[in-house]
Design a protein around this ligand. Sequence first.
Ligand code: TR5
Length: 144
Amino acid sequence: VNFRRSLCRISATNNEEASAKAAAANADSGAPTIFDKIIAKEIPSTIVYEDEKVLAFRDVNPQAPVHVLVIPKLRDGLTQLGKAEVRHEQILGQLLYAARLVAEKEGILDGFRVVINSGPDACQSVYHLHLHVLGGRQMKWPPG
Ligand code: TR5
């Protein structure tokens, strides 16, 4: 797992010690994350879509011309998709539908990708469930 995790890019640092610390800090501890501060608007973000349950904002490190994160405003224990429970069914559907609204707003309905990284082997770095909506360029398959 550690070997695989080292393939995940952790922030912009290539300092090993800092990377190890960042990885430890980013483990799924259930602690509040940076996204709580974005939801509370204590940290600025570029909001693309918002409703009662869902917030969508631009990723700070975009991997495509359009790269938007769609998150539940209430995390409710949903730190990662791998921990979803039946009570989360409704919000999971709402997030996916919001991803489609974002794609329409961003003009990428001709082709876009929705990605959820769940857990360390998938390089999840923020433990508040989020969908990545990516588009605006030709996407490749298979993903890395
Ligand atoms: O790696 P996973 O799937 O967990 O995705 C987390 C995403 O959050 C990455 O694509 C990051 O670029 C993104 N991210 C991290 C921060 C951040 C952000 N997007 C917008 N604004 C952000 N702020 C203010 N702070 C971050 N640490």
